[in-house]
Design a protein. Sequence first.
Length: 186
Amino acid sequence: MKIYTKTGDKGTTSLIGGTRLSKAHIRIESYGTVDELNAYIGLLRDQPVNEGRKDLLKEIQDRLFTIGSHLASEPEQNKRILPDLTESDIELLESEMDAIDAVVPTLRAFILPGGHTAVSYGHLARTVCRRAERAVIHLKQQEEVEDIVIRYLNRLSDFLFMLCRSMSQELGVPEVEWKPRINSKK
């Protein structure tokens, strides 16, 4: 089987089920952004600081593929044939955040992304996750989208923020607090 089909040369692509849509359609933007996020999670998984979290990050990648399959399917298609996303997937992210929260310093200010390449990759993943969430919400305003997809992406972006905090601590790099400049001459 060849990787190229030439069927998208005119700016359309097929959903699972056969319906063709413009590649600029919000449904395509949604699952394309989830795919981009998945690539960033892979980059995070490859960072030495995350050696002990490889399985967790792979699990997140698997769930993102699940989300992508739902978003790439025609809304009326029988959902029983698609992989499932469950409350336990959200609970896993929450328990991981609780564990991180127990060991990182109390957050007292906004944190600027950076400090170490791995941490910066994490913040990139977090911002792409937020973009994916916004795209899926936009799609939901027009078509059916399961609520759990939006909840998972919301929780995942929170988890990625906490992961960045944990990586900073484990790497021994300080978090850079945002110190807003206030012009006192107003």
